[in-house]
Ligand binder design. Structure first.
Ligand code: ARG
Length: 443
């Protein structure tokens, strides 16, 4: 029973939040004349001493005291005697743990927001340095149209911006204080829930005492946001793996973010990126674990809910680690501008530009232009040359009205420069997007 019941090994991480919650509760009890100022003073001093002991590493956590709440309460009794027992007036471990956990998730959100912002900053730096560096854009991992390296990186700045938004939404909804809900029904003592809520930085007390102690939707939302952020990071990690491979050679990573092989001396393995790619499994698992714990639980508190902490702690730690790794990777990577440009010119990547030219210059319907371009691509393929290298006579054999003005749209720089629609890849647009993102995300 002790082994399955004890959660102290996991929930000792809540010690700072537990002490803060107890101090706010204690001060409120004194203000409401439920607790004498002397007793309140003794409790507050005892709690401070316990915080010092835990931070110094001298506090002894005991399984027989089950969880962080009872461990601290037991130590408080050792330090200040029976008056320690007055702290639990008008409170239950149910509203206590719900409060602690909300505070912990709130802190985690603030740390993750800073880490996401940092990663955006690193992406913006690289995007700025390579706003006009032409690379192939892909669909189906086939070369599609030329884009710029900066534009491609800015896609991730947007994704991480929405991830920050999801965490911020979660934070807004979770920021209500369960304290005073007590076991589930509220309390007969004349407490002041607003006061305790304000002392802990909550926006207001939670409106329903049963809901306050029995839902963990804030933790589920946190895990959902983490899973999605992890998914974004895994997509970027996968691109780093592909880009840094010999076959692509789009970027180079330094020794700081790669490892050698124990047998093949030439290897530079992108382990950091591979590990970020793999951690997605943990985030998704954590989300499903907690959803499954909560499914079908009758109101109000059930001990099942003690299982909420492992997935949340693991996901938060892992996401912080992944963000640190990705931020480092982004700063570390060096694009090979020449290889990127050469690759962008392969695969007839300006075929759409040719079709667009036929529409604009010869006023052909797009479908017809598409068909003509297909035929021209086949001829280039047969000759083993690029579109720009096809002689005009070959082009005119397919469509007699084509003039040599068409060559103006067939090189990749012009292609990129022409995509100047809002949100497009033309370098001036990319630079505008970078400036806007700096104002929006880094200000
Ligand atoms: N360790 C418990 C948890 O994390 C604290 C709440 C216990 N409440 C109770 N009524 N047994 O859920």
């Amino acid at each position: 029973m002790r082994r399955i019941n004890a959660s102290i090994g996991v929930d000792k991480r809540l010690y700072a939040e537990d002490i803060a919650g107890s101090q706010a509760h204690c001060a409120m009890l004194v203000a409401q004349n439920i607790l004498s100022p002397e007793d309140g003073e003794a409790i507050a001093r005892g709690l401070e001493q316990i915080r010092g002991e835990i931070e110094a590493g001298s506090f002894v956590f005991r399984d027989e005291h089950e969880d962080i709440h009872l461990n601290i309460e037991a130590r408080l009794a050792e330090l200040i005697g029976p008056v320690a027992g007055r702290l639990h007036t008008a409170r239950s471990r149910n509203d206590q743990v719900a409060t602690d956990f909300r505070l912990w998730v709130r802190h985690a959100i603030d740390r993750l927001d800073a880490a996401l912002r940092e990663c955006q900053g690193a992406l913006l730096g690289q995007a700025e340095a390579h706003a006009d560096c032409v690379m192939p854009g892909f669909t189906h991992l086939q070369i599609a149209q030329p884009v710029t390296f900066g534009h491609h990186l800015m896609a991730y700045v947007e994704m991480l911006g929405r991830d920050r938004g999801r965490f911020a939404d979660c934070r807004r909804r979770l920021n209500e204080s369960p304290l005073g809900a007590a076991a589930l029904a509220g309390t007969a003592f004349p407490i002041d829930r607003d006061r305790a809520a304000a002392a802990l930085g909550f926006d207001r007390p939670a409106a329903n005492s049963i809901d306050a102690v029995s839902d963990r939707d804030f933790a589920v939302e946190f895990l959902a946001a983490a899973a999605l952020a992890g998914t974004h990071l895994s997509r970027f990690a996968e691109e780093v793996v592909i880009w840094s491979s010999d076959a692509f050679g789009f970027i180079r990573l330094s020794d700081a973010f790669t490892t050698g092989s124990s047998i093949m001396p030439q290897k530079r393995n992108p382990d950091a990126a591979e590990l970020v790619r793999a951690k997605t499994g943990l985030f998704n698992g954590a989300l499903i674990a907690l959803l499954t714990v909560m499914k079908g639980l009758p109101l109000a508190y059930q001990k099942d809910m003690q299982e909420d902490k492992v997935p949340v702690f693991e996901a938060a730690d892992t996401l912080e680690l992944c963000l640190a790794a990705m931020t480092g990777l982004v700063r570390d990577m060096r694009p090979d501008r020449e290889r990127l440009r050469d690759a962008a010119a392969r695969g007839f990547s300006t075929a759409t530009d040719l079709a667009d030219w036929l529409v604009r210059t010869l006023d052909l319907p797009f479908r017809r232009a598409h068909h003509i371009t297909g035929e021209i691509v086949r001829r280039a393929e047969a000759r083993g040359c690029s579109l720009a290298e096809l002689p005009l006579t070959e082009l005119q054999a397919v469509e007699s009205a084509i003039t040599d003005a068409v060559y103006g749209v067939l090189d990749v720089e012009r292609s990129v420069a022409s995509r100047a629609s809002f949100g497009g890849t033309a370098p001036p647009r990319v630079r505008e997007a970078i400036a806007a993102a700096r104002r929006k995300y880094l200000a």
